[in-house]
Design a protein around this ligand. Sequence first.
Ligand SMILES: Nc1nc2c(ncn2[C@@H]2O[C@H](COP(=O)(O)OP(=O)(O)O)[C@@H](O)[C@H]2O)c(=O)[nH]1
Ligand SMILES: [Mg+2]
Length: 380
Amino acid sequence: MFDSLKKKLSDAIKSFSEKEITESRESKEESSENLENVEKDNNQEESEIEDIDKEQNLDKKSGLNNNLNKNNIEANETEKTKVKISKSTKIKSVFSGKIKLNDSDIYNFLENIRMILLQSDVSFDTTEKLMELLDKELHEGKFNKKDLSDELINSVRNSIGDVIDKKSFNLFDYINEQLKLNNKPFKIMFLGFNGTGKTTTIAKIAYNLKNNGKSVVLSASDTFRAAAIEQLNYHAKKIGVPIIKGTYGADPASIAFDGIAYAKSHSIDVVLIDTSGRQETNKNLMGELEKISRISKPDLTIFVGESISGGDLSERIKEFSQHLKIDGVILTKLDCDVKGGSAISISMETGIPIYMFGTGEGYSDFINYDSSYILKSLIP
Ligand SMILES: Nc1nc2c(ncn2[C@@H]2O[C@H](COP(=O)(O)OP(=O)(O)O)[C@@H](O)[C@H]2O)c(=O)[nH]1
Ligand SMILES: [Mg+2]
């Protein structure tokens, strides 16, 4: 899930801090009579660094840093572990336990982290926001050279923590609260592209609601694909919950309406409405979804998207949002996503909270959204 991103971040921090510690030790071993020479060196190096800074500013101005495309990310990949610690950082560390990182070191470290985040599907805007926060942390902080690695890890953790949505959300607790308030039947409409995991997610939710003593009815309002009704029917039978279904091509809104009527007449707690996928730009689909929503008046409208879609996902959610108010996102297939960056950026990009992650095909393969879980999974 987040293992690859976690390892990359961990390696980058380690390689930076190990380099720092090694060089600091070397500096420490230098005798005081050599100090004068070192300081001369240092002055020389400072002017070199100034030149490097100038070059970097030029790069920035020409937009090179801000227009990273996949190709130059890959081209730069081989360079990213070459973190060079300047002598001005090194010398300051000789005399005190605390290191104040030098601009050029911070720049190198940030560029490395920036590459890693972009390669891992964290969106450009979110990465930039993270860089800004981390840049501030690193410039303002004084770092204990012995614990540099741990302290850098803390800085990265703080910055990611500031960017991701801090609320945790448990869909099942929320449904329980609503039912206690007599908001019954509680209706949830699921939407998203074909194959993203809507039907599977509905089955997971139905199974867990039933196991927690709640009654559920499924509405097979994906009447577009032949297999869709059969698939939901299979789960309904296996889990042991009723299903309201029509024929293929039937009006999905009327099936949702029947599902709600069934719930009302049988005092059923929750109605889960499956819908059809297809292209987001397909006007028929949007019209169809709007009609289902108008007729069923869902308490929650949930977008189900694949974590592996990466940066495109935010755009897709935004497009759906133009037609329907989306309350939350369920990000499926996190178990297949070697990059994991979508989980960090989606809430920030769309302003819509993630409710849950799908982590497999089984009924219990999901994790409720919890920012501390993401942080723990990402940061060593
Ligand atoms: N590995 C994995 N597979 C999933 C997950 N959620 C759904 N799937 C699989 O994705 C495929 C499409 O799911 P389905 O529910 O039919 O998608 P729908 O078209 O949106 O209803 C199926 O083979 C599911 O078993 C998940 O979290 N992890
Ligand atoms: Mg389906």
